[in-house]
Design a protein around this ligand. Sequence first.
Ligand code: NAP
Length: 317
Amino acid sequence: MSAFAPFRRIAIIGFGLIGSSVARSCRKLGLAQELVCIDRDPAVRARVAELGLCDSIFSDAAKGVAGCDQVILCVPVMANAALAATIGPHLEPGTIVSDVGSVKGCVVRDVGPHLPPGVAFVPAHPVAGTEHSGPDAGFAELFQNRWCILTPPTETDPTAIQRIRAFWEAMGANVEVMTPDHHDRVLAITSHLPHLIAYNIVGTADDMEKVTQSEVIKFSAGGFRDFTRIAASDPTMWRDVFLTNKDAVLEMLGRFSEDLLALQRMIRWGDRDGLHALFTRARTIRRGIIAQGQESPAPDFGRTNAPTPPAKATDAQ
Ligand code: NAP
């Protein structure tokens, strides 16, 4: 872990799940001397004030970023370009701009050109989240033992990269640096495709005529409910992910469709060995994820239906 020197003034733009989790974590760990909230929604600003998450609150991003040494964009990825254009002229030399977006190629393309000389850009993606949104959904421990991927453009000042690495490590994350393209291909298979499959299967079940809605819900513990959790994620965020990571998602979807056809054939021709081999391979991957501390080994197939607070990070987003 790198040594961490607190930032003087951090502005967080967009106080949803991720923005408010970063704010809570900064508060709890003393990562900034001053925290600034910027959000376009008056109800969100009022709630942030009530929760005491920040020292000052702005609706106008241009005013809020003044005097900051870090600005973090925590909005859906397609909102970044307009925000960067708004704040660009008001950023002071020495400021580091970062983000938390789930797609990186488009962020580098959309934000970079709006930043003035002397302002460093270190895009970040904390691979942690829940299916909940808004300022009440966040919690300080969200990033603990989760990965945070940095995708700095090649010309980025190494000191700025080091500061953002130390910032995420201070919040408990494990940090890795990669190119935006590589990030987008990796996340296409580990996060974006699983979400697409979840949205599709929930849609298919909803359209079924022979299985009633009530049966879908009643027998959901058979596997369906795990897809519904993933498919309950924020629609705006996920619309933006698929539109901005189109090429990588379509490539992974093509491979997935081919493999699905092979599976279909195995079932049709009663290929016992083929099915068993594939399912055994899948089980090994699950065990590897547990061994690396990215999931709990506790069985949850028969978990209770009691509502639980959003107190633990779930799958990668
Ligand atoms: P969220 O809870 O829905 O919060 C999004 C915030 O962005 C809200 O404050 C929203 O304000 C604001 N916003 C939306 N559109 C905007 C616009 N055009 N201009 C200005 N502000 C706007 O979402 P989130 O889960 O925190 O996601 C934020 C970012 O984190 C996304 O880029 C996402 O890809 C990334 N991310 C999410 C997860 C996850 O699991 N959720 C994990 C890792 C990274 P309004 O309420 O007014 O719409």
